[in-house]
Design a protein around this ligand. Sequence first.
Ligand SMILES: [Fe+2]
Ligand SMILES: [Fe+2]
Length: 150
Amino acid sequence: MTITLTQKERMLLEDLKSSEEICVVKYANYASLAQDKQLKTLFENHAKLEQQHLNTVNSLLSGQIPPMSQQNNVQQPQGDENASLSISDKELCTDMLMTEKHVSSTYNTAIFEFADKRVRDILNHIQKEEQQHGEAIFKYMETKGLYQPQ
Ligand SMILES: [Fe+2]
Ligand SMILES: [Fe+2]
């Protein structure tokens, strides 16, 4: 299935592309900086999911409507690595929460601008996954006592 994008739609997709590229890079790098093994695994899984988002956005930019991606939560064990940069797991989590919140609202803004319902549904699906990433990080922080809801 193909789609012809308006100039505005193309610009919005370019913004989403930049956001997803940053998410892939951040999650991959933060996985190696995290001290806790469970957090490394969480970030690594998220890096893969962000890569899928990036692939979807790239497909849309090339005028193709991809099938709705399936949630893929493969757990992958990860060896310990020493962090050279001093940043705590709590700071890594807080930064990714901020990032997910920002990316989610970027998708929200974009969704309103698309004429094609199929694209809206795809962007909405990705936005929901961004919220799930935020929820997974929040739950991790909560169980580790790094986040106290007020
Ligand atoms: Fe994403
Ligand atoms: Fe995300």
